[in-house]
Ligand binder design. Structure first.
Ligand code: PHE
Length: 332
């Protein structure tokens, strides 16, 4: 008799395995429970044999019954839990503080560039882009830079193959712009430049410049001075003082470097700090683009954006602009 009973229990278990699949709501789950563990279930019915078996067989049946009962109960609990998770509503506590969303920012170099552009575009300057890989003609020759000039040296310039080099300044954009259009010209050319410098606090092999060029019939050094003074005051404050210091560039004559007076508000101590180079376009440059230098004159200026940013924000080391340190970048 015992083996027949144990056999029946195996069948009940097998049937339960099939029935308990695909239970997807609480009603089906309750039906399943009643069917297998309810008072009239086949399993409950089996407990009656406990009284009929000889004493030595009772523990065997008892153990088997308990194991099966626990197995069924476990499975039912499991299904119940699964159904609960599936139908759970997501509860939102509207009183909790919001989560901070990380917002990207415009890089300080680009912010300064945007300010520079804003000033000059307001004066009617157009934006020219040029190219980072230039050839000798645009970067040097057309700008009246002699063959033996140190900036042409392998030590100072990155040469690519096919006669190309990485432009060492944005001045080649002057030439490209004059080649493609006739005066009057008022253009601004921002972009990356490259020089074979060993990185330190004030040097980087890649940096940014903005070039300006004006060509027209009656331009003058006085006009250049006026524009650059207005620019310096726009950039560094309305009280800013500037000075023009005679200098030399092969493509401008006369040439000057512009300094701003930088003063410590507390101590009153200060010094002159260079912000850009400029000058009247050299007639040799007009010759290179076939402009009539008797009819036209012009002025040009070029500035390092990093330099302006370092002055404006009192940054001592140029390398912080390229480290991508979020603690630095989020300050702007
Ligand atoms: N190209 C010069 C430099 O890189 C700057 C400059 C531009 C000077 C235009 C005069 C006129 O130093």
């Amino acid at each position: 008799m015992l083996s027949k009973i144990l056999n029946d229990l195996d069948e009940i278990q097998a049937k339960f395995e099939t029935d308990s699949r695909d239970i997807d709501d609480n009603k089906l789950l309750e039906n399943l429970r009643v069917k297998y563990l309810g008072r009239k279930s086949a399993l409950t019915d089996m407990f009656k044999y406990m009284g009929q078996l000889p004493n030595d067989q009772k523990p065997i049946l008892g153990q088997k019954l308990n194991v099966l009962k626990n197995l069924i109960q476990d499975r039912l609990d499991h299904i119940k839990q699964d159904l609960k998770v599936k139908t759970q509503k997501i509860e939102i506590d509207l009183s909790l503080p919001g989560q901070d969303v990380f917002r990207g920012k415009i890089h300080p170099i680009m912010q300064i560039l945007d300010e520079i552009k804003e000033f000059f575009v307001g004066l009617g300057f157009t934006i020219e882009i040029g190219r980072e890989a230039e050839n000798d003609f645009y970067n040097f020759e057309a700008l009246n830079i002699p063959p033996d000039h140190p900036s042409r040296d392998m030590q100072d310039t990155f040469y690519l193959h096919n006669e190309l080099l990485l432009r060492t300044h944005t001045s080649p954009v002057q030439i490209r712009t004059m080649e493609k259009q006739q005066p009057p010209i008022r253009m601004l050319a921002p972009g990356r430049c490259f020089r074979k410098d060993t990185p330190d606090a004030t040097h980087s092999p890649m940096f940014h410049q903005v070039e300006g060029l004006v060509v027209d019939k009656n331009t003058s050094f006085a006009e250049l001075k006026g524009i650059l003074l207005a620019f310096a005051r726009f950039m560094f404050g309305s009280e800013t003082k500037i000075r023009f210091r005679p200098s030399f560039f092969p493509f401008t004559e006369p040439s000057a470097e512009v300094d701003i007076w930088w003063e410590n508000k507390n101590t009153g101590a200060g010094n002159w700090l260079e912000i850009l180079g400029c000058g009247m376009v050299d007639p040799a440059v007009f010759d290179a683009v076939n402009y009539d230098s008797e009819l036209y004159s012009g002025y040009a200026f070029g500035m390092g954006i990093e330099r302006i940013a370092m002055l404006k924000y009192q940054i001592a080391d140029i390398r912080v602009f390229y480290n991508n340190d979020i603690r630095f970048l989020t300050q702007f």
